[in-house]
Design a protein around this ligand. Structure first.
Ligand code: SF4
Length: 312
């Protein structure tokens, strides 16, 4: 099967059926550094919009995938960072619409919606899912840790403007962290803001997968279910609790580590062996590097990951 640089999946999704992912942003390029981020910490926050990856190459890959496969219910701009930071993300949405009847989805933190050009590009999607997990600048600061130039009120005003203009389906994700934004009084304030966006549906999530920060704790399903009552729009709990006990991440990290005990590998080798997206591999490799269990060695143009052997 051909490996694509910017496409991953299609992955099965309960809400979207089969969804082909398009990743327009280098790993962890984001305007925020959310404490609950499943991709780890953001090394350097940015609000600079740029052609981070060549849009023509992305469209060429989509075109090729549509011709060779094309079996998906949705094409989703998502992946390893904030997609609206790509200066031409709207062109990808338009391209998919021009070439197919597949529904397009944009997953965004909504932090750049104060910019009219970002709203205009986002309006090309059939479904937009925006995140709101805070209620003022302070809570935004400790939960989402935004770039210093993002002002919470300006961001929310931008999101409201978008929602008034947008003709598609709007979902809002509210991510709740125990003890940070989970008190009923906190959730009521978030709910009041979210209702102003008039969402078609609200998705409640919590930290069931390993977060960027160890102090982040998940709410139980019962706690989320109780908090659902504080919203007026239709609410759905989307936290995948089944993964809490079998810890998918540690299983994958362990499998990669075990592979590296047998031979040094590049990230491409690992992605190919496990059928993982490159960015997912990067996350596990990052964990192993931070734990000083592996180190890197360059050979020609390739970077190999090698087990650190204890000295006898
Ligand atoms: S959760 Fe999303 S918005 Fe927050 S840091 Fe991670 S990629 Fe950025």
């Amino acid at each position: 099967m051909k490996k694509y640089k910017y496409l991953f999946g299609p992955v099965p999704s309960r809400r979207l059926g089969r969804s082909l992912g398009v990743d327009l942003i280098p790993y962890k390029t984001c305007s925020q550094d959310c404490v609950f981020c499943q991709l780890g910490r953001t090394p350097e926050k940015t609000i600079i919009r740029n052609e981070y990856v060549p849009i023509q190459e992305v469209c060429d890959e989509i075109n090729e995938w549509l011709k060779k496969d094309g079996n998906t219910d949705h094409v989703t701009l998502a992946g390893s960072g904030e997609p609206t930071l790509h200066s031409n993300f709207g062109e990808v949405l338009k391209y998919v619409k021009k070439k197919s009847s597949i529904q397009t989805v944009l997953l965004t933190n909504g932090s750049l919606f104060y910019q009219p050009e970002v709203r205009e590009a986002a309006s090309q999607a059939h479904i937009v899912k925006v995140s709101v997990s805070a209620w003022d600048q302070n809570s935004f600061g400790w939960i989402n840790r935004p770039h210093q130039f993002i002002d919470f009120n300006q961001m929310i005003e931008g999101q409201k403007a978008f929602c008034n203009e947008f003709k598609g389906v709007l979902w809002v994700e509210v991510f709740l962290v125990a003890g940070m934004n989970s008190m009923p009084s906190d959730v009521s304030k978030i709910s009041a803001l979210v209702e102003q966006l008039k969402p078609n549906r609200i998705h409640l999530n919590t930290a069931v997968r390993p977060p960027a920060e160890d102090f982040v704790k998940a709410l139980s399903r019962d706690q989320l279910a109780t908090l659902c009552n504080l919203f007026n729009s239709p609410v759905e709990i989307i936290a995948a609790y089944k993964n809490m006990n079998d810890s998918e991440t540690s299983a994958n990290e362990e499998a990669i580590f075990s592979m590296l005990t047998r031979r040094p590998c590049t990230a491409e080798d690992i992605a190919g062996t496990f059928g993982m997206h490159f960015n997912e591999v990067s996350k596990y490799i990052g964990n192993l590097l931070r734990k000083e269990l592996i180190h890197t060695e360059r050979t020609g143009n390739d970077i190999y990951y090698i087990i650190r052997r204890k000295e006898a």
